[in-house]
Ligand binder design. Sequence first.
Ligand SMILES: NC(=O)c1ccc[n+]([C@@H]2O[C@H](COP(=O)([O-])OP(=O)(O)OC[C@H]3O[C@@H](n4cnc5c(N)ncnc54)[C@H](OP(=O)(O)O)[C@@H]3O)[C@@H](O)[C@H]2O)c1
Length: 343
Amino acid sequence: MRGREVHLVAYPERGVSADDFRVVEVEVAAPGPNQVLVRNLWTSVDPGLRLRLAADAPPGYFPPFPLNQAMDGIVTVGEVVESNAAGFAPGDTVWHAAGWREYSVVEAGVPALNGLATLRVLDVSKVPPQAYVGPLGGMGLTAYMGLFEVAGLKQGDVVWVSAAAGAVGSLVAQFAKLNGNRVIGSAGSPEKVAFLLDELGLDAAFDYKERPVAEGLAAAAPEGIDVYFDSVGGEHLEAALGALRHGGRAALCGAISQYEADGPPRGPANLFQATSNELTLRGYRGSNFSDRIGEMQERVGAWLVAGDLVYRETVSEGLESTPLALVSMLAGETIGKTIVHLP
Ligand SMILES: NC(=O)c1ccc[n+]([C@@H]2O[C@H](COP(=O)([O-])OP(=O)(O)OC[C@H]3O[C@@H](n4cnc5c(N)ncnc54)[C@H](OP(=O)(O)O)[C@@H]3O)[C@@H](O)[C@H]2O)c1
């Protein structure tokens, strides 16, 4: 049997482009002992992939994608077609990390993405399969642990969420609202700001492209903030340091403004605010909380099934659309979770 997969053919010099990838048709191997053959249905498109499209991915992060090979380490949901592994049967919906291809042969029990996408059967009785690429998967875990554990959300905290219309940010913002907090969101277009106010029900929102971030934040939170959820870094982090009240906390989840920046990355010029206001700035990776995924799925799954969470997706159709979906997501053209459907 033959199937198609996406290969990275060149590390982008500046902005990533669809020309850096090629769709290749290959022979799909038959599953060996303890392996399953999966027909993939939904594959993830994440900002973190951009960091791996470089020969020098940040030390400590997931390794660079090798050139001219299938791309391992991308969360994907599919259906088992053939199984030689105990606990997996044809028809089961599973997740794994052998993504951006139509068929994957996956070995059971081999840890993937720090345990976040180790081959596992998923319960799709109450949610659609692609929920596991979003709120019930790595996005949900990153949002849940970042807000409740890393930032240590407390009652009464005023929370600012950056990239709030995106996959992780839209979950963080809603989790904080469900917890009863005042939540401010920022995003990069009037359409996204309307989504934050009208659909997610945030208390305030601003478009960071309309004026300096610190000004937008000061107007939305004149009283200051206690928690900052950082997906952006740079000017956003600097604005947060200026607005965080004494004892405030920042969960440093990502720094997307720096992933494709020309020249040296921009650091906050006012880092001393962390000392003067006794702030806690904590970087973290969702995948390092894989042992808490059951807890997250129970709580977030209950919100999802009860209709308490708005879950938006931007869906591209077909394997060949994955590179452009990545380009479009990095450019801020998508809302909610960016995913690719493999028909
Ligand atoms: N630590 C972890 O374990 C972990 C796990 C998952 C994701 N992350 C990080 O979390 C962040 C969000 O990821 P996601 O999957 O939820 O992506 P996402 O928010 O769905 O998509 C990325 C968004 O970033 C915004 N953006 C792009 N360039 C920007 C810039 N120069 N300045 C400000 N905003 C910019 C865009 O929204 P606008 O239109 O609003 O600009 C874009 O829609 C990323 O930094 C990612 O690396 C970390």
